[in-house]
Write a new protein. Structure first.
Length: 113
């Protein structure tokens, strides 16, 4: 489970931005997670709670937005959207040789102070 490492890095990033911009008290942070990033939003939320325990960000609202990714089948060329719980198979030919086009990223989208 690499979500813990991600949250740790996110917290450091938020903390750095808060210092740089002299923000007092972060109300909310929003993270955008692509469905092909391999990150499970629920785990991410749980891990955030664990890393902020005992820090100034305990009351910061943590919002995870899921961004639907896209992949292309290498066998038939079909491009399709991939939801969170989808099995990654081509909807056209059932192939599993897929190239991700988008949705592999996890980005810190917004910080509200
Ligand atoms: Zn296909």
């Amino acid at each position: 489970m690499h979500e813990l490492g991600i949250c740790d890095a996110l917290l450091k990033m938020v903390d750095q931005i808060a210092r740089d911009e002299q923000l007092e008290g972060i109300q909310q942070i929003t993270v955008e997670v692509g469905t092909l990033s391999g990150v499970v939003p629920k785990y991410l939320e749980d891990c955030w709670e664990a890393v902020v325990d005992g820090t100034a960000y305990l009351d910061t609202k943590f919002v995870v937005e899921v961004l639907e990714g896209k992949a292309r089948c290498l066998d038939c060329g079909t491009e399709f959207s991939c939801g969170v719980d989808d099995r990654l198979l081509c909807p056209h030919c059932g192939g599993d040789k897929l190239a991700p086009i988008s949705g592999r990223d996890l980005t810190l989208k917004e910080i509200i102070a």
